[in-house]
Design a binder for this molecule. Structure first.
Ligand code: B12
Length: 242
């Protein structure tokens, strides 16, 4: 069964490889549900295999731009979302005889709640620590609503959690849980992080709370800083022909 899980993981990684700016981490649905109120539970047995997928800084250049240039791009929804959905669909094609349930970060239930809390998934998979106000001993915020944020040990806040793939027919009983790397260790830093994420997220400074290996390119920053309707015409492509 452990070999089966690794096999599934590797097949998914084949379509969502680090080279294209994706990271894939396994978890058990039970670990995820264990932290959540029943209304947020994913409706599968506890040992069911889930994979949570990140995009890293190089996704923009290595997967997104080629996708936009290709025949695959239909321009029917947000271009980044369309690109991610395309790569997820390739991952699913590796499993023609199996059920694979895909949930994106932006998917909502009929009651408008998110289908999956991708930050909790990232944390239980040991992939990126989810810092919440409960991780701060002396909480200075009183009645204010404070949203939590995941920090990646190598990319800080310069990544996104794109979604999860659930394999209802794959049991991951033997999967061992790893704790995420706690890279924002002091209360002082955690407070600074949560304040930046909640009150100054537009300046992106929360993303640099730890030292990072790689961040978004100038072109990618400009893309996200531009209103959606004007983004595509910013993209610069190297010419193929002289
Ligand atoms: C709705 C939403 C918003 C809303 C509301 C925010 C919120 N967190 O509720 C708004 C529009 C305000 C928003 C804004 C932003 N968002 Co937003 N948003 C989401 C979305 C779609 C759902 C979040 C949600 O509703 N959660 C529901 C609440 C109840 O969940 P929760 O607070 O985590 O509570 C649960 C946990 O505490 C858990 N729990 C309890 N105890 C424990 C213990 C442990 C150990 C664990 C692990 C869990 C756990 O139980 C609770 C539920 O029962 C997520 C994507 C997703 N599908 O998850 C992105 C997401 C959270 N957003 C993201 C971002 C980046 C932003 C913005 C910076 C804008 C942007 N896109 O650039 C801003 C920043 C916040 C701000 N200052 O406004 C990123 C965060 C990435 C990261 N590194 O963590 C996400 C994950 C999207 C992504 N694709 O990466 N967002």
């Amino acid at each position: 069964a452990a070999a089966r899980v690794r096999h599934v993981e590797e097949k998914v990684r084949g379509s969502l490889p680090p080279r294209l700016g994706f990271e894939v981490y396994p978890f058990k649905v039970g670990w995820y549900n264990g932290h959540l109120k029943p209304s947020f539970h994913l409706p599968y047995p506890a040992d069911t295999l889930g994979l949570v997928v990140f995009s890293t800084p190089r996704m923009f250049t290595n997967a997104f731009k080629p996708f936009i240039k290709s025949q695959r791009f239909q321009n029917i929804r947000d271009p980044i979302d369309e690109c991610v959905a395309y790569y997820f669909s390739l991952a699913r094609e590796n499993f023609p005889d199996e059920k694979v349930d895909i949930m994106y970060d932006y998917d909502l239930l009929p009651n408008r709640r998110p289908k999956v809390l991708v930050q909790t998934a990232a944390h239980v998979a040991g992939a990126a620590y989810y810092y919440q106000r409960t991780d701060v001993k002396k909480d200075p915020w009183g009645e204010k609503k404070i949203y939590g944020v995941c920090i990646h040990p190598r990319y800080g806040g310069w990544f996104a959690i794109r979604g999860v793939l659930i394999f209802p027919d794959v049991e991951a009983a033997a999967l061992e849980q790893r704790a995420p790397i706690d890279c924002v260790e002091t209360d002082e830093k955690r407070i600074e992080l949560l304040e930046r994420f909640n009150f100054h997220w537009r300046d992106w400074s929360y993303r640099d709370v730890v030292e990072v290996e790689e961040s978004y390119s100038e072109e990618q920053r400009l893309y996200f800083a531009t209103p959606p309707g004007e983004r595509l015409k910013l993209l610069r492509f190297e010419e193929d022909e002289p």
